[in-house]
Design a protein around this ligand. Structure first.
Ligand SMILES: C[S@@+](CC[C@H](N)C(=O)[O-])C[C@H]1O[C@@H](n2cnc3c(N)ncnc32)[C@H](O)[C@@H]1O
Length: 241
């Protein structure tokens, strides 16, 4: 096991800003486009939330927020929220490009640390955090804060990479991320070291049992878990009540 990762706001936001220009491309290349399948799966679970408010936390370049917008059209207000200036710039640039050719006015991106959300209590119908939770320093505090802003009737979705239980798949993934991904990153990305962070952060993130304990401690109620892509991705659908 590697040294405990520094997940302070300064280090994490700076790292993602350095990754931002090539983040979407690297996501496609590194995962062989499979991340699109997991996003689609989560999107189908969420479904259309008519006339509601949706919050996508740690929204990065906005990939999932745009999918939510595309699904819900103008019925719903969608807010993406992240603290990396670079990731937010990519999201806002993409939003502006879309706004120039269509009338997308129900999507916005807010700059905020998700430990301290600039929103009132119990206003969101749905909250999501896609490949974000393992990057935060204090998941307990983040889960508490998300619970605060979610309506009593609301739902919360987590999508996260996870170490698969099957030893063969675990070995293959570890080999791929430790040996092949750095080579791919050296071709496409400017900050190659950041791709070591990816697999280390997956290894150091808690087990599903630990995540369930955190959810219980932060007063989330019913949870359904789905394992995708040979157990390498986990999706939680969580109800506040
Ligand atoms: C792996 S990216 C995922 C981005 C996006 N959700 C996606 O699906 O592509 C993780 C994101 O979490 C953000 N992040 C990590 N900790 C955060 C925090 N405490 N507050 C706000 N954003 C955070 C990073 O800036 C980064 O954009």
């Amino acid at each position: 096991m590697t040294q405990k990762l520094d997940k302070s706001a300064k280090v994490i936001s700076k790292m993602f800003t350095s990754l931002a220009p090539r983040y979407d491309l690297m996501n496609d290349v590194m995962t062989g486009f499979t991340h699109r399948h997991t996003r689609k799966f989560a999107l189908e679970l969420i479904g259309i939330v008519k006339g509601g408010l949706v919050l996508d936390l740690a929204s990065g370049t906005g990939d999932f927020a745009f999918l939510l917008q595309n699904l819900m059209k103008s019925n719903t207000l969608i807010i993406g929220c992240d603290f990396s200036i670079g990731m937010l710039e990519m999201a806002r640039h993409r939003l502006k490009t879309i706004q120039d050719v269509s009338e997308v006015n129900n999507l916005a991106f807010a700059s905020s640390d998700i430990n301290h959300l600039p929103f009132s209590d119990e206003i969101f119908d749905v909250c999501s955090i896609i490949y974000g939770l393992r990057n935060v320093q204090d998941p307990l505090s983040v889960l508490q804060e998300i619970n605060r802003v979610t309506k009593p009737s609301g739902r919360f979705f987590i999508v996260e990479s996870i170490i698969p239980d099957n030893p063969f798949i675990r070995f293959s993934l570890s080999f791929y991320f430790k040996n092949v991904v750095p080579m791919i990153a050296s071709l496409f990305a400017s900050n190659v070291q950041a791709y070591d962070y990816y697999f280390n952060s997956v290894e150091q993130f808690g087990t599903p049992i630990e995540t369930l304990k955190l959810l219980k401690k932060t007063h989330w109620k019913r949870v359904t878990i789905y394992r995708l892509l040979f157990g390498s991705v986990i999706v939680y659908q969580i109800f506040k009540r």
